[in-house]
Design a protein around this ligand. Structure first.
Ligand SMILES: *[C@@H]1O[C@H](CO)[C@@H](O)[C@H](O)[C@H]1NC(C)=O
Ligand SMILES: *[C@@H]1O[C@H](CO)[C@@H](O)[C@H](O)[C@H]1NC(C)=O
Ligand SMILES: *[C@@H]1O[C@H](CO)[C@@H](O)[C@H](O)[C@H]1NC(C)=O
Ligand SMILES: *[C@@H]1O[C@H](CO)[C@@H](O)[C@H](O)[C@H]1NC(C)=O
Ligand SMILES: *[C@@H]1O[C@H](CO)[C@@H](O)[C@H](O)[C@H]1NC(C)=O
Ligand SMILES: *[C@@H]1O[C@H](CO)[C@@H](O)[C@H](O)[C@H]1NC(C)=O
Ligand SMILES: *[C@@H]1O[C@H](CO)[C@@H](O)[C@H](O)[C@H]1NC(C)=O
Ligand SMILES: *[C@@H]1O[C@H](CO)[C@@H](O)[C@H](O)[C@H]1NC(C)=O
Ligand SMILES: *[C@@H]1O[C@H](CO)[C@@H](O)[C@H](O)[C@H]1NC(C)=O
Ligand SMILES: *[C@@H]1O[C@H](CO)[C@@H](O)[C@H](O)[C@H]1NC(C)=O
Ligand SMILES: *[C@@H]1O[C@H](CO)[C@@H](O)[C@H](O)[C@H]1NC(C)=O
Ligand SMILES: [Cu+2]
Length: 640
């Protein structure tokens, strides 16, 4: 009898223990629909909400959990999808989210279940990855808690804070890819948000250490970040724990994350500005009422003053941020060996025959295939290892399982580009120019490509992350192991540049993908609903996979001798030749303005875009004012 009691007791203890240690399933039901919000206090607009709320719910899981997101597209007028940024999606690249790469766009009225395990830790985010829709508000933090993080005993409380650029127009009302913007000048945001609001206070206790997770969920603009009279320690970048490293000022490009440990002061007599400064170097035209630097507060004392930041520099270009390439991963993963496979690509901005400004990696501007690339893998048998079937304009690269891959990214453009690799983080082994005062010198001369015969010594323990900034006219070199079979995009995370085609697709170990991936029937049903074929090559040919006739192609090149300036002239002459004065009167102030460097595509003169139909919101409804945390979206948690 005693034995039995003992056995029962032991079973109970084991059950109890396992309920603390085994992974659970965390389920979110997301009904995506339009809601109204006014996060900068300047303009109420329709934004993409979830379950009637905006800001969107933060997804939180523990390391090892299964995450299930049942997404219903209640937008009425827009296709959509979700990308879980930074998630490795091992054996589940079909849950990665980019439309026409790993899934079909989800049409209004349809559901899609994302279902994958999270075997990683740290700070991530989720965002729409269909038709460039995340600037309309469809983006939020995704936090993976880790009981084993090496810094767990070093802090008392944690916060998550997002920063973001903010537009008042719908994405499709911003005429970006158009004849009216031949130089590809990016739309200038109307404001910048701090955790989807502004002028906010973070109440803190004295002599307390906080883990602060910072995420730039913006679509375009990098942000400098510092807290007046405080330093902090960086402990994580993009889900990779780093050796604790002291820093004062961060440069957070869109899609990048930092976790920092901040110890508060002992005295509570004043409050300190938390300063975010938008990198104005990225902006072509800065209207005088655009607030580039925002003050929020580390609030020690609600009664004390909340002073505006005293800017320590004249211009954002004078801020020298912490250089992330110097961070050492806490796991001390060594420099990967010489590569088995090399990819060399160069970023180029140029115009094609329709006059639009496109972005290229070498000579290819990413153009959607007719069949999502993953589904081509799944339906092509042994031919899946042949690059040709994926089409010319998706810029496909087939990687062999477990190869060490080196990717050299040169920049022939004068803009900086935060490039993101899906499905991996990567070692950053070289980058030029260095941060600091010489950063912008490179703009004065010609672009400097990576020279394998003359480079700085590679670090012993290179920094790893999933999004890294390619500096103007410089380069970076990364390495990773192709140990995660799947179809992964490599692209600039400035959403405007992605829409210009600044992307390529890596098809990693295609025969392994066929063995490890199971595509749920629902995913194919979504294709049927969207009218998108899900078998065959990039041209949807299921019979002869090497026959690409009918594939989507990029525009043909401009006739020789044309330049962006030429296009501006052409636009003017076309307007006057074919359309006459009446047309110009209708377009009024929205006709192209020739400025020294570029063209202002979204001038502030308030006129409407007459060219496009005003594809604004249907349905939706109220709720979700700026800053109000989303309620009613508690996840369901099931053990097992
Ligand atoms: C989603 O929300 C919309 C608008 O709020 C509502 O009409 C619809 O019934 C909801 N659908 C589901 C599946 O919850
Ligand atoms: C924050 O304050 C600035 C003025 O300092 C104001 O322009 C802006 O609208 C405020 N933002 C919000 C969300 O209230
Ligand atoms: C959704 O995607 C399909 C396939 O690309 C397209 O035909 C359809 O027009 C899109 N729907 C909307 C509302 O954009
Ligand atoms: C992925 O699939 C392979 C092969 O079936 C298996 O060995 C591996 O454990 C799987 N990995 C994960 C994280 O599910
Ligand atoms: C999620 O995937 C797991 C493993 O394939 C499966 O057992 C489970 O039923 C799925 N859950 C949902 C909600 O689809
Ligand atoms: C997750 O955390 C554990 C313990 O802190 C660490 O050993 C592991 O490398 C981390 N995993 C990843 C993918 O970073
Ligand atoms: C705050 O006070 C504690 C104990 O009095 C001391 O150990 C600590 O160093 C002080 N911190 C600062 C930042 O002065
Ligand atoms: C922003 O910076 C400018 C100059 O750099 C300064 O004049 C202005 O007061 C600052 N505004 C805030 C809110 O910090
Ligand atoms: C990449 O460029 C280097 C020189 O910069 C060259 O040695 C190498 O062969 C190139 N690799 C490929 C695949 O083009
Ligand atoms: C090697 O690179 C350095 C720094 O980028 C440059 O100054 C030098 O001229 C290069 N040397 C050769 C031989 O190309
Ligand atoms: C930031 O916003 C999210 C979502 O509304 C919220 O959960 C979080 O607590 C906010 N962070 C702070 C520091 O208030
Ligand atoms: Cu991404």
């Amino acid at each position: 009898m005693a034995k039995l009691v003992q056995a029962l007791f032991c079973t109970l203890v084991v059950l109890l223990l396992s309920s603390f240690t085994t992974a659970k399933t965390v389920t979110y039901d997301f009904n995506v629909s339009w809601v109204n919000a006014n996060p900068d206090g300047l303009a109420e607009r329709k934004v993409i909400g979830i379950n009637g709320q905006w800001p969107l719910p933060v997804i939180e899981v523990d390391k090892g959990d299964r995450l299930v997101v049942n997404m219903f597209n209640g937008l009425g007028d827009k296709n959509t999808s979700i990308h879980f940024h930074g998630m490795f999606q091992t054996n589940t690249s079909n849950m990665d989210g980019p439309s026409m790469v790993t899934q079909c766009p989800i049409p209004p009225g349809y559901s899609f279940t994302y279902n994958f395990t999270v075997n990683q830790n740290g700070t991530y985010w989720y965002h729409c990855h269909t038709d460039f829709c995340y600037p309309d508000g469809y983006r939020q933090a995704l936090i993976v808690h880790d009981n084993d993080a090496y810094f767990n005993d070093d802090y008392d409380e944690e916060f998550t804070i997002t920063t973001s650029d903010w537009y008042h127009e719908f994405v499709e009302d911003i005429r970006f890819l158009s004849l009216y913007n031949p130089t590809g000048a990016e739309p200038v945001p109307k404001s910048f948000l701090f955790n989807d609001t502004q002028n906010s206070s973070l109440p803190v206790k004295p002599d307390t250490t906080y883990l602060i997770r910072l995420i730039n969920i913006g679509a375009f603009v990098s942000q400098f970040f510092y807290i007046e009279d405080h330093t902090f320690k960086i402990v994580e970048i993009d889900g990779v724990y780093t050796e604790p490293t002291e820093a004062e000022t961060l440069y957070i490009a869109v899609a990048q994350r930092y976790s920092i440990l901040l110890t508060t002061k002992n005295s509570t007599d004043r409050n300190y500005p938390i300063v975010t400064v938008a990198d104005s170097d990225l902006l072509d035209v800065i209207s005088p009422d655009l607030q580039l630097n925002n003050t929020n507060w580390l609030q020690y004392n609600a009664e004390a003053a909340h002073p505006q930041a005293v800017m320590k520099v004249e211009a954002s270009a004078d801020l020298v941020p912490f250089d992330d390439i110097t961070l050492v991963p806490h796991d001390h993963m060594e420099l990967l060996p010489e590569p088995d496979f090399e990819i060399n690509v160069t970023v180029i901005m140029d115009n094609l025959r329709n006059g639009f400004g496109y972005a290229f990696l070498n000579d290819i501007t990413f153009t959607m295939p007719k069949v999502p690339t993953l589904y081509t893998v799944m339906s092509s048998g042994g031919l899946a290892t042949n690059e040709a079937i994926y089409g010319e304009y998706t810029h496909p690269m087939v990687l062999k399982h477990n190869d060490v891959v080196q990717l050299v990214l040169n920049n022939a453009d004068s803009g900086s580009h935060p490039f993101h690799l899906h499905g991996h983080n990567f070692q950053v082994i070289d980058r030029a120019p260095p941060y600091g005062e010489h950063f912008y010198d490179y703009l004065a001369g010609d672009p400097v490509p990576f020279d394998p015969a003359n480079h700085s010594a590679f670090p012993t323990f290179p920094a790893r992350r999933d999004t890294f900034v390619l500096p103007p006219q410089g380069y970076y070199v990364i390495r990773f192991v192709a140990d995660n079979p799947g179809v992964w995009m490599f692209h600039c995370h400035i959403d405007w540049h992605l829409s210009q085609g600044l992307a390529m697709v890596l098809i990693e170990a295609p025969l392994e993908i066929q063995k490890t991936h199971h595509i749920p029937q629902q995913h194919y049903d979504v294709c049927r609903a969207a009218g998108v074929p899900f078998e065959g090559n990039a041209a949807a040919d299921t019979q002869s996979l090497f026959d690409l006739s009918g594939q989507n192609t990029q525009e043909p090149p401009l006739p020789g001798g044309f330049t962006a300036r030429g296009i501006v002239a052409l636009v003017f002459s076309c307007i006057s030749a074919f359309l006459g004065m009446a047309f110009i009167t209708v377009y009024g102030l929205s006709e192209p303005k020739v400025v020294q460097k570029d063209i202002d595509p979204v001038n502030d003169d308030g006129d409407e875009d007459v060219l496009h139909e005003n594809v604004t919101a249907a349905g939706g409804g109220g709720g979700g004012g700026g800053g109000a945390p989303a309620a009613g979206v508690e996840p369901k948690v099931v053990a097992g």
